[in-house]
Write a protein that binds this ligand. Structure first.
Ligand code: 13P
Length: 255
């Protein structure tokens, strides 16, 4: 692993823990993150918990992410939240293009690129998600599909010196208990790194590529040991501070 790519462990809480429970979970994350100076810990609560969680983690090593944004600063977009609003809430990261948004809310590659660009315009580092469905994997289309998703925002992330993150989350592994094995994950991560490298050598060096999809305390170490896996985007297991902390500890590198 390149030493400049510090391990990054992000918890996507999805539509859970929107109030008091979110603050309690954040407090528990702060407690374990203080003992992990070599690992970047990020949590992504629902919008309704962002401000309270921002207060809870203030001054701690835990960083705040939103789960989505709308790519306009303000306007008549009922129900949407903009980059400046997220920044004001204390977010420094934002998840973009999660497969649940692509699949349930019909987000296209072009829209995901627009959101990535809006995030970067507002000092929010995007974690841009990509990944194939089971049908696409079984048809041998994994690399083609993932490359197409990445090509849509490659110019956007190459234009900035900021270090964005890409999360490879095979759709068939999300919330199913099925994980890509380390070999399967590394194959896709290495391919992603090679496409970044082809675009710009420094882009490949600074971009962290996270794995997501049923990451748990007991499979994290093997996945995180892969040379091109720089961290994890964790769903279900991030709702329990014990499990999430164990995953973050598995990301520690020998100093
Ligand atoms: P699970 O860890 O619950 O499979 O979710 C993964 C995910 O979608 C993270 O964004």
């Amino acid at each position: 692993m390149n030493p400049s790519r510090r391990p990054l462990i992000a918890g996507n809480w999805k539509m859970f823990n929107g109030g008091r429970a979110g603050v309690e979970l954040a407090e528990a994350c702060v407690a374990f993150a203080r003992d992990l100076p070599g690992v970047d810990v990020v949590i992504a609560p629902p919008y309704t918990a962002l401000a309270a969680v921002a207060d809870t983690i203030d001054g701690s090593p835990v960083a705040l992410a939103a789960q989505n944004l709308y790519p306009k600063d303000q306007g008549p977009f009922t129900g949407e939240i903009s980059g400046p609003m997220l920044e004001e809430c204390g977010c420094t990261w934002v998840i973009v293009g999660h497969s649940e948004r692509r699949q349930i809310f019909g987000e296209t590659d072009a829209f995901v690129a627009e959101k990535t660009s809006a995030a970067l315009a507002h000092d929010l580092l995007p974690i841009v998600c990509v990944g194939e469905t089971l049908q696409q994997r079984e048809a041998g289309e994994t690399l083609r599909v993932v490359k197409q998703q990445i090509d849509a925002f490659l110019d956007v992330i190459a234009r900035t010196p900021k270090a964005v993150a890409i999360a490879y989350e095979p759709v068939w592994a999300i919330g199913t208990g099925k994980t890509a094995g380390p070999t399967e994950a590394e194959e896709v991560h290495a391919a992603i790194r090679s496409w970044l490298e082809k675009k710009d050598a420094d882009l490949a060096k600074r971009t962290r590529i996270l794995y997501g999809g049923s990451v748990k305390a007991d499979n994290a170490a093997a996945l995180l040991a892969c040379p091109n896996v720089d961290g994890a985007l964790v769903g279900g297991a991030s709702l329990d501070a014990g499990s999430f902390g164990a995953i973050a500890r598995a990301a520690r590198r020998p100093s």
